[in-house]
Design a protein around this ligand. Structure first.
Ligand SMILES: CC(=O)SCCNC(=O)CCNC(=O)[C@H](O)C(C)(C)COP(=O)(O)OP(=O)(O)OC[C@H]1O[C@@H](n2cnc3c(N)ncnc32)[C@H](O)[C@@H]1OP(=O)(O)O
Ligand SMILES: O=C([O-])CC(=O)C(=O)O
Length: 379
């Protein structure tokens, strides 16, 4: 019997203060620096939200102009980072490519060993500006396509889609992508952010913390779930000729069978929210728009069938990854690219937390209760 109560997975443990965001499971709300995320998603660009997360306030017109000019100037893929990506097999998971690229960018950064607030802010903006090129180029090279150079006349989301597909997207698609970036940007002490804070607490550098955070995000219990959702849809089978009702019935039957076999179905459940993820209604509205735009009601059938069956059987609600996965699929991203899209967004939240951790640092080092062999001695 343990002498101390063990909180497995640190469930329910409050480990520090944060002013970056507030997740409130009782009111199903999420605030970034005090602003409801739904309001930000409806009215702001992702660039404005990034600025807010880092600086605590939304930018003025002049500040936004300066900030976007800085972001646009940093979008091109560093030729050395491209060489490193090209040296990786095309079968490498795109999250491994992202993690490697973040690490190379850190080693090459002119301020690599400087962890002052000014240097960290510069590094954060550099990563934010450059990661879309990594994600977009890696998807393209896996499909035998050439790098697409960024366009300075486009906003962050429009340019990201341009670099991924080499075609300008219509405003509805750009808006849905912008909403997904805003919703994915920040979520208090989730596993990847906590990883970044642990690494930062040793006084290691920002790129090391982001590289570790990317590793934590990859797992299917965290960000990897958006990719896993699409695998579920694929396993059930996407049949474009099918009606919404037919697809829903097949998805419902699939879920009932999966739950009878005690399977965990990715895209459902959350450590903090127990009555639904605050971000899902906004992301689901964006998914609905994409389903209408691309004329794909059968995907809504699959979505509804799984959700209903999970709710009836276990009352477990979808998390953000559930509507995000099929939204990215409709936009034309291949499935392994979904979690790197999450990386591109969460760089903002991670780096805001890294700077906050450094401002009031204490080495993160919890205790453990030993349950191994009694003391013994060599014969
Ligand atoms: C952006 C994000 O990172 S959001 C999270 C993305 N992750 C996923 O979608 C992965 C699937 N979900 C899960 O594994 C979990 O819900 C987690 C890890 C997110 C949170 O889990 P925890 O708070 O640790 O709860 P835990 O995993 O113990 O689940 C509690 C119960 O609900 C069940 N449950 C929770 N989620 C699911 C699920 N997705 N499918 C089936 N059952 C589930 C568990 O089996 C468990 O049942 P039991 O008490 O009968 O054993
Ligand atoms: O908060 C969590 O545990 C996971 C999550 O939803 C996120 O990181 O966006």
């Amino acid at each position: 019997m343990a002498e101390n109560e063990i909180k497995k997975g640190l469930a329910g443990v409050v480990v520090d203060y944060t002013a970056v965001s507030k997740v409130n499971p009782d009111t199903n709300s999420l605030l970034y620096r005090g602003y409801p995320v739904q309001e930000l998603a409806a009215r702001c660009s992702f660039e404005e939200v990034a600025y807010l997360l880092w600086n605590g306030e939304l930018p003025t017109k002049e500040q936004l102009a300066e900030f976007t000019a800085r972001e646009r100037a940093g979008r091109a893929l560093d030729p050395v980072v491209k060489q490193v990506i090209d040296a990786l097999p095309v079968t490498s998971h795109p999250m491994d490519v992202c993690r490697t690229a973040a690490s190379v960018m850190g080693a090459r950064h002119p301020l690599a060993e400087d962890s002052s607030r000014e240097a960290n802010m510069a590094k954060a903006v550099d990563l934010f500006a450059a990661m879309p090129a990594v994600v977009a180029y890696d998807q393209r090279r896996r499909h035998g396509q050439e790098l697409v150079e960024p366009r300075e006349d486009l906003g962050y989301s429009a340019n990201f889609l341009w670099m991924a597909f080499g075609e300008e997207q219509v405003p509805e698609v750009v808006d849905a992508f912008n909403v997904s970036m805003i919703l994915y940007a920040e979520h208090s002490f989730n596993a990847s952010t906590f990883t970044a804070r642990v690494i930062t607490s040793t006084l290691s550098d920002l790129h090391s913390a982001v590289t570790g955070a990317i590793g934590a995000l990859k797992g299917p219990l965290h960000g990897g779930a958006n990719e896993a959702v699409m695998h579920t849809f694929d396993e059930i089978g996407i049949r474009q000729e099918e009606s919404l009702e037919e697809a829903a019935a097949r998805a419902k039957a699939w879920m009932e069978d999966a739950l009878a076999k005690k399977k965990k179905v990715m895209g459902f459940g959350h450590r903090v929210y127990k009555h639904g993820d605050s971000r899902v209604p906004t992301m689901k509205a964006a998914l609905d728009k994409m389903i209408a735009h691309y004329g794909r009601p059968e995907l809504l059938g699959l979505y509804n069938g799984l959700e209903t069956a999970m709710d009836e059987a276990k009352a477990i609600k979808p998390n953000l990854d559930y509507p995000a996965g099929p939204t990215y699929h409709l936009m034309g991203f291949d499935t392994p690219t979904f979690t790197p899209l999450f990386v591109a967004s969460r760089i903002t939240g991670w780096t805001a937390h890294i700077m906050e951790q450094l401002d009031a640092n204490s080495l993160i080092r919890p205790l453990s209760e030993y349950n191994g062999h009694e003391e013994r001695h060599l014969p």
